[in-house]
Write a new protein. Sequence first.
Length: 491
Amino acid sequence: MSGGTYLGMPAFPEAASESTQNKQLRANLTHATHTIRDKRAKAVAELADWPQLRAAGAAIKNRTLRHLGHYLEQVEAAVEAAGGHVHWAADADEANRIVIDLVRMTGETEVVKVKSMATQEIGLNEALGEAGIRAYETDLAELIVQLGDDLPSHILVPAIHRNRSEIRDIFAREMGNWGRPAPDGLTDRPAELAEAARLHLREKFLRAKVGISGANFMVAESGTLVVVESEGNGRMCLTLPDTLISVVGIEKVVPTWQDLEVFLQLLPRSSTAERMNPYTSTWTGTTDEDGPQTFHLVLIDNGRTDTLADTVGRQALRCIRCSACLNVCPVYERAGGHAYGSPYPGPIGAILTPQLRGTQSELDASLPYASSLCGACYEVCPVAIDIPEVLVHLRERVVQGGEVTLRGSRTTIKPAKGHAAERAAMRAARWALDHPAALRGGQRLAARTRRLHPKRLPGPGKAWTETREIPAVPAESFRDWWRRTRGEETK
């Protein structure tokens, strides 16, 4: 992975074709996603005002995005007034350079990390490794992924594709290469696995002088950063090191503490199905003799400003990374997260990644099609992102090309390769709909030859008809039926 791109990844259909053949993967995913979404549904049902909270969350995010520049300047001023330092990064490479330089300034060669989607997006661990700095993931699921030389496959539970016996084998085989080895005779009991991880990580928490985190939210009025978690590892990384570096996307800002209150109700119920997160850590700059004495905030754009310029696609920036959309998506459940070729899998990844990275690559151009458009993702989204709407919008961009914003400039992109037949079909349909006589003639011809129609399509349509039959053509069109039964000419 480099700069958030999974090198060598094929387009989604090819990757999904391979992953769906893995029976163990599908069994792991089905069990985990069904369990999480059932618990979430019960937690959400406890709140009678959930629809109102959802609408409030969407409205707050929309207002913030409309005035994002103002709130980011407010964050910068508040953080620096509280003793912190703010750095701006236009892209992944710049963000990685800033973090590497900040770590080198401390003289350290090791860092402990809080689970962070932003650092996965920019490929920070790999960049640190190339610079001779070793990053230790401390979230249990991220630890499993790191020890297994794997990639995350879920926003909330990165190791969701692994079962307990696989985790035991990874711990027994790899822990010794990263620090304290796993205990002898380790079984796959969850309590034993958790204890092995706890002992392994404890020495790193106590030794580390530099911590790296992301943030779930930034409160503009005070410059406060917020991390919510369930394990306590984040609290250790945020409080024990001498230096803390937080890498945060510019869209994570909320204007006030009152606005934060809404999201602290929406996020835990939508993600972990908890009424509140066991650990909610907040910090504002630095405090003498309490916590890290040096704090750096790295604000990253990396395609977010371009996404903001798209009036339809910008709603993806409302995402609070709860992963509820993944847990109800039939495509994600069967294909798994790795098939998306991005740290952001599932429905939200299918609309966020092509906007952050563009649709020029075969992989990114395929992601808007990684959906059945069933709408389940929109129904569970706690900030009401209309994911199906954005998917259709991005599909149009892939097929038609057109004007988009790239690196802050309006640019006309060409249609993606492989969609010539689709464009030709749309042009033919538009011409026919503009010429009623031709449309009527085509309908009558189709009706008279309907007994000759195949039930399966050849060529590009073959895959579509492998699981469904072509709808039967009626004996006559509605126009002809109306004329025959009513005796009236239609215009």
